[in-house]
Design a protein around this ligand. Structure first.
Ligand SMILES: *Cc1c(COP(=O)(O)O)cnc(C)c1O
Length: 376
């Protein structure tokens, strides 16, 4: 017997302060409800082009090949890996948390031999380690690194890495899923060759798209491939015939039906971001992080990573408390979602996200008051 009906799908209005998704502004949900257009309708193509242009601004890049991959952040990761790597290639992947480990796994599935550069979870990877890995594996086609490791809350500095990679002819590949729109990130200035992100973290759009950007060096590597990209769905040589504006007289080539209403949502979330201003938004994330941090430390709680993200606060679970019960009470009594520890930190850490729309003084003060009450 069916016991639910469409009219019973009535989710609560949670305050999303976990590792993503973050709370979605009503404006974005409203935009999503606009009439569905055809994916080759000139009106839709104009919206798509505009969305890609806004993504360039947020990535701070002039890369023509900047577009939202259909799928969540993991689709962006797979897209970059499968397009840049061929069977038998070598790659270097920095691993200091869940997402670095996943990149390694994804790139191995592409048939590459992956050399891992490791640091303990919560630490960052040093420039010296990266330089040594590039020296030890000079044939590596790329070096991949996570900017904001959401599993540990560590912020990885990226400046200076591109020079090291270029010296050895390797591409610099970056996971910016939890930094885009929340931390300083400069694709062109920092010489990043390929980058992916997600919509549901600091952009505060529902999950479903993965903004990516490829520079000229990455394009050259893709153009020089000897074999077809293993994934048809994520093959950029096909996707670019749809996403890249061919200019006057050119046509768009159907590949797969673009997620039309998700594009409306992404466009609206980027409009909100650009209205606030990228710099102002990054500063807001910094200020909210400092406010939360001061409050948590007053409660006797301490951070796991030395170099903490502003967008994700990973703290040691309160001594003598059941962290799962704590999270349950936050959700049930206050409607606040926070995240559990992952991997080696399961049961030992909690993660409080301050991403996009969720990074507000109201939310910071509310979660601090709720935690104080629960820990009393
Ligand atoms: C969330 C996240 C991903 C994966 O994104 P999904 O949208 O869950 O597919 C990848 N990398 C990092 C750093 C993330 O935080």
């Amino acid at each position: 017997m069916i016991t639910t009906s469409a009219s019973q799908v009535n989710p609560a209005e949670r305050i999303l302060m976990g590792p993503g998704p973050s709370s979605v502004p009503h404006r974005v949900l409203r935009a999503m409800g606009a009439p569905t257009l055809g994916h080759l309708d000139p009106q839709y193509l104009a919206i798509m082009d505009e969305t890609c242009e806004m993504l360039r601004q947020v990535f701070r890049t002039a890369n023509k090949l900047t577009f939202p991959v259909s799928g969540t952040g993991m689709a962006g990761m797979e897209c970059i890996a499968t397009n840049l790597l061929e069977r038998g290639d070598e790659a270097i992947v920095c691993v200091n948390g869940v997402f670095g480990s996943r990149m390694k796994d994804v790139m191995e599935r592409c048939g590459a031999t992956v050399h891992a550069v490791e640091a303990p979870w919560g630490d960052i990877i040093s420039k010296e380690q990266i330089a040594a890995a590039l020296d030890a594996h000079p044939k590596s086609k790329l070096l991949a690194i996570v900017h904001a490791e959401t599993s540990t809350g560590a912020l990885q500095p990226l400046e200076g890495l591109s020079a090291l990679c270029r010296e050895k002819g390797a591409l610099l590949v970056v996971d910016a899923v939890t930094s885009l729109g929340g931390h300083e990130l400069r694709v062109d200035d920092w010489g990043i060759d390929a980058i992916y992100s997600g919509t549901q973290k600091c952009l505060s759009c529902p999950p479903g798209l993965s903004p990516v950007s490829f520079g000229d060096r990455a394009l050259a590597v893709m153009d020089a491939r000897k074999t077809k990209v293993q994934s048809w769905y994520l093959d950029v040589s096909l996707l670019r015939k749809y996403y890249m504006n061919p200019g006057a007289g050119g046509g768009r080539v159907y590949h797969h039906t673009a997620p039309i209403n998700m594009t409306y949502a992404l466009r609206e979330s980027l409009a909100i971001l650009l209205e606030e201003g990228l710099d102002a938004r990054i500063e807001r994330h910094r200020i909210m992080h400092l406010r939360l941090r001061a409050g948590l430390e007053k409660l006797g709680l301490s951070y796991v990573p030395k170099h903490s993200l502003h967008t994700l606060n990973c703290i040691h679970a309160p001594a003598g408390k059941d962290e799962a019960a704590l999270r349950k009470r936050l959700l049930e009594e206050y409607g606040i979602e926070i995240g559990a520890g992952l991997g080696p930190m399961a049961g030992k850490a909690i993660r409080i996200g301050l991403m996009g729309h969720s990074a507000s003084q109201r939310n910071v003060d509310l979660v601090l008051a709720a935690l104080a009450e629960i820990l009393r």
